[in-house]
Design a protein around this ligand. Structure first.
Ligand SMILES: [Zn+2]
Length: 296
């Protein structure tokens, strides 16, 4: 019994060591000017692609389509009205489905970058390379700019080879942090988010064929208060970071756009906020605190 316990503790210790070797926090990001917090508004422009992959019924697909026809335009308009530079993570295939929206977001100065080719990362290495290359090139053709960030689980080696410097997924920290392959290679900076700051967690119902009866549509005011408190906590600490994960088919609904408008106004009134793109945050962190283990 005791021996087993020791073996288990050793294994847990080894996992913790491997985790430490792979993760390196940006301890003091020193945001520009008097900013106490950087707020990234990120929008995953999935439209119906994820829903198609999951073979969802037509009514659910239609909810996704709303994001492409209406939601994305409302979000672009909202961010433009506040001079907020947002980051739109989008599957490359959206360039075929909603080219005008993708181009308009880029023309407004927002960052538009990879969210996989069709919302999945193939297991076969050659197919994975094909997907990421297609997505990168399709977005570059429409936006005129090559993306350097992704919200995906693509392998770091491939991402680095194609010029990517950051990713945005996972919840391993509340601040930007470097993340490496287990052998110490292929470092990328990660801009984490958390499902508690993700619109889909609050506003989805009957999605993904859920049997969870507790799934409800939340009151936007309640969601605003939760996100506002997360903002306040990070603002008070200084060097804070908040990545607000939106989906045009979710937050593009009228009453939710209005809530975001009120939230951004409130943040501006508080002061000391930086609203950059994810790329700007990534480049800033890399300049302030390059990865200790080198850029390899
Ligand atoms: Zn997505």
């Amino acid at each position: 019994m005791t021996e087993n316990l020791h073996a288990e503790l050793d294994e847990i210790g080894a996992v913790a060591q491997r985790h430490l070797a792979r993760h390196e926090p940006v301890t003091d990001p020193k945001w520009p000017g008097d900013a106490r917090i950087a707020v990234n508004f990120t929008a995953d422009f999935d439209a119906m692609l994820l829903r198609r992959l999951m073979n969802e019924p037509p009514m659910q697909l239609a909810k996704g389509e709303f994001g492409g026809r209406v939601g994305i335009w409302r979000l672009i308009e909202l961010f433009d009205s506040h001079d907020v530079q947002a980051t739109i993570f989008t599957p490359g295939r959206i360039c075929e489905l909603y080219p005008r929206a993708v181009a308009a977001a880029a023309q407004s100065g927002h960052e538009v970058t990879d969210h996989m080719w069709e919302h999945r990362v193939p297991k076969e290495p050659e197919l994975e390379r094909d997907h990421l290359s297609r997505s990168t090139e399709a977005l570059e053709r429409l936006t005129g700019k090559r993306g350097v960030g992704t919200r995906s689980g693509h392998s770091h080696g491939l991402l680095r080879e194609l010029g990517y410097i950051y990713r945005s997924n996972g919840s391993a920290s509340h601040r930007p942090h470097y993340l490496r392959d287990p052998d110490g290679s292929n470092v990328l900076i990660n801009l984490p988010f958390h499902y508690s700051i993700d619109d889909a967690m609050f506003y989805s119902f009957a999605w993904m064929g859920t049997p969870v009866a507790a799934q409800r549509i939340s009151d936007p005011e309640r969601v605003m208060e939760l996100w506002w408190e997360a903002f306040l906590q990070q603002h008070a600490q200084g060097g804070g970071y908040l990545n607000i994960c939106l989906h045009p088919f979710v937050s593009g609904r009228a009453q939710r756009v209005l809530m975001l408008d009120r939230l951004i106004r409130r943040m501006k009134e508080k002061g000391g906020v930086w609203f950059p793109s994810c790329e700007a945050v990534a480049r800033h962190c890399i300049a302030v605190q390059p990865p200790a283990g080198g850029w390899n």
